[in-house]
Design a binder for this molecule. Structure first.
Ligand code: TYD
Length: 132
């Protein structure tokens, strides 16, 4: 399975807490893009795709959701519900996001610019890609 749940170092004091994400340091790639997801609803699923080359780090800044991660052989479920945990997803991993809390805020760091051609959005195509 090409994913890892990372414990981020937290700098905390009486003022609050801070986590720093740095490319090629605690983020294992050069950060080319940042996007965020918000205004989520519990009955709405997202994702349902894989990437041929893209790597990502995902942090639930607020609220919670579940990732179903699938390498074409097995499936594992990861719940993101803390801003000090970062989910790394490498290439060729099918992901589905579900069970969002209302207004969950997900921040995503990506290793490449957005490129729709790099997505695999059909599960049978994904299985062909990982089994070739
Ligand atoms: P989509 O891939 O469906 O989101 P999710 O992975 O959360 O299910 O993306 C939603 C829309 O946003 C789609 O029209 C593509 C567009 N989009 C961009 O233009 N740039 C981006 O960096 C991303 C991630 C999506």
């Amino acid at each position: 399975m090409n994913y890892k749940l990372l414990d981020m170092k937290v700098f905390g004091d009486s003022r609050g807490k801070l986590v720093s994400l740095e490319g090629n340091q605690n983020v294992p790639f050069d950060i080319k893009r940042v996007y965020y997801i918000f205004d989520t609803l519990p009955d709405q699923e997202r994702g349902k795709h894989a990437h041929k080359e893209l790597e990502q780090i995902i942090v639930a800044m607020d609220g919670a959701c579940e990732f179903v991660l699938d390498d074409g052989k097995t499936q594992e479920v990861v719940r993101l519900n803390r801003p000090d945990k970062a989910l790394y997803i490498g290439k060729n991993m099918w992901r589905e996001m579900r069970h969002f809390s209302y207004g969950c805020k997900l921040m995503v760091l990506a290793s490449k610019h957005y490129d729709e051609k790099e997505y695999i959005r059909n599960y049978d195509d994904f299985l062909k890609e990982v089994n070739k």
